[in-house]
Design a binder for this molecule. Structure first.
Ligand code: ADP
Length: 358
């Protein structure tokens, strides 16, 4: 007796059309299509439907229903796709595969809020994630993760244990040094503290470590960025002229220290009217797009000004991890785009990132 399904090797399954359909998949959150090397298994079921299992080399699990729909349409046969996440590359720093800096040219643009929600979104996409709060001017990650008052603990008086916030490992410079007087910080001191936190925290294996950098583009930020073996940086800005001018300085700074700028995130991009649903561009429109274009980097996401985002933050909860909140989709899409960009950046020399309007 045969089992319920025939295996991929079955002659009745045509591999090439499946490979072609997967390779042709495109979305706003995927840098490039799905390579056949991602395929773990393809099974044809008795009703001729296909079950595809992938091992994704970047965090993008929630994309799978869209991939299934695309392949179903291309092959005219019912397809389900599931995926686990397993990054193949070797760790760049200890047991950490990618360090991603979240920076901004000025304070108050929502850098920390974005950083912590991106960490949450990457975790929801199937990755092992940590967040390191390096914002010496106002470490806010403990508050954003509901960890206020937590005391750092050490194991054998050697390594600092990171905090666990719903599966995300977290560490903050605020635990190490009092933040009362940020004016005492100098570049070497700040970069020394950052190195110490990176080195002395027992992160375990991480796919992505998100670092919430201090805002600005001065000496302190420069020396800190030099200390971290980062795979890339994301610059958070608002559509306002002033914030964009500062973001431009940020791009220049990261170019100087050879940290690739993965893209810009335009935060507080627009306000959705709760009555009519119309998007109002309170702080102007297309500014980030123009700046990104000028520097040849993409706008990874337009995050609206939303009361929900602030309210979740104040309660120490991650809106990106709440599937019932509409805005979680925006953070997930940004996280998938960052993760896939990091992968393709490493595996192909040049990547054309297609940003669509949705
Ligand atoms: P930064 O790290 O750039 O100084 P924060 O992340 O601390 O900025 O955000 C500053 C304030 O703006 C916080 O009160 C935060 O809740 C709020 N905020 C950030 N992003 C948004 C958003 N998209 N919609 C509404 N409020 C936001």
């Amino acid at each position: 007796m045969f089992g319920l399904s025939k295996l991929f090797s079955s002659k009745s399954v045509q591999k090439q059309p499946i490979f072609a359909a997967l390779a042709a998949y495109r979305s706003a959150a995927f840098a490039v299509g799905i390579d056949e090397s991602f395929i773990k298994n393809i099974t044809q079921n008795d009703d001729k439907s296909l079950t595809i299992t992938l091992i994704l080399p970047f965090a993008a699990q929630s994309e799978m229903p869209m991939v299934a729909e695309h392949v179903t349409n291309a092959l005219k046969v019912a397809v389900t796709v599931s995926a686990t996440v397993e990054l193949k590359e070797s760790a760049k720093f200890k047991t950490i595969k990618h360090i991603v800096l979240i920076a901004s040219g000025k304070g108050g643009v929502g850098k920390s809020t974005t950083a912590v929600n991106l960490a949450g979104a990457l975790h929801s996409e199937g990755a092992k994630v940590g967040i390191l709060d390096a914002d010496i001017y106002g470490p806010s990650i403990p508050m954003l993760l509901g960890l206020v008052g937590a005391e750092p603990i050490t194991k054998d008086n050697k390594q600092l244990q990171p905090f666990d916030a719903n599966g995300i490992k977290a560490q903050s410079i605020g635990f190490l040094v009092p933040s009362d007087d940020a004016t005492v910080w100098r570049g070497p001191m700040a970069s020394g503290a950052l190195s110490q936190l990176l080195n002395e925290t027992d992160w375990g294996e991480l796919d992505y470590l998100i670092v919430d950098m201090p805002p600005g583009t001065g000496d302190i930020q420069l020396t800190m960025s030099q200390k971290v073996p980062a795979s890339g940086t994301v610059i958070v800005t608002t559509p306002q002229d002033l914030a964009l001018a500062d973001a431009q300085k940020g791009i220049a700074m990261f170019n100087k220290v050879n940290v690739p700028v993965l893209g810009l995130i335009e935060n507080m991009s627009h306000y959705i009217c709760s009555h009519c649903g119309e998007a109002n561009h309170v702080f102007g429109k297309d500014g980030a797009q123009k700046l990104a274009h000028k520097h040849g980097v993409p706008v990874l996401s337009h995050i609206p000004l939303a009361i929900d985002i602030r309210e979740y933050s104040e309660q120490g909860k991650l809106i990106a991890c709440d599937n019932t909140a509409a805005i979680s989709k925006t953070y997930s899409a940004a996280a998938r785009l960052i993760a896939s960009t990091l992968y393709y950046q490493q595996h192909h020399n040049s990547v054309e990132i297609v940003i669509t309007d949705d």
